[in-house]
Design a protein. Structure first.
Length: 145
């Protein structure tokens, strides 16, 4: 399975008043561009949190710098905790990449109601992006081989 910093989840946080009623449409389940995983984004405290809810290959988090977490599977893993609103339909923060155990800066932008652009950067200059597609909840939670 090809896991990249952009093929994982993106999340955001805003003040509770800003995300009440899911004003920006971030809450839901998103399919990564390469179809390797689905990420569920939901409110958690004063932010939004994202969790891997399905992966084509449920690998272990073998490269985690915390040795006690290396036996956990990717499905169920939280990927971001520090996303902040950066304007209407835009959030910045970081994302964890289980492929190498590193965390990267990201920006997420809503592209209408059905698409989410996730851009990750290393050292602020080496950047790449991925576009996620909104999934129906019943499709995203289905068990797949």
């Amino acid at each position: 399975m090809r896991w990249t910093i952009l093929a994982m989840v993106g999340l955001s946080s805003m003040a509770p008043a800003a995300w009440a009623g899911d004003r920006d449409g971030l809450v839901g389940t998103w399919l990564t561009e390469n179809g390797d995983s689905r990420i569920r984004i939901s409110p958690c405290g004063a932010s939004f949190c994202g969790t891997v809810v399905w992966a084509k290959t449920n690998i272990l988090d073998l490269h985690n710098p915390d040795a006690s977490l290396r036996r956990r599977t990717v499905v169920g893993m939280p990927l971001t905790r520090d996303m902040k609103a950066d304007g209407p339909g835009s959030w910045t923060g970081s994302i964890y990449n289980p492929e190498n155990g590193k965390t990267y800066d990201i920006t997420m932008r809503a592209l209408g109601a059905e698409k989410l652009e996730v851009e990750g950067c290393v050292l602020g200059v080496l950047c790449g992006s991925d576009t996620w597609s909104r999934q129906l909840e019943e499709t995203a939670s289905a068990v797949r081989p």
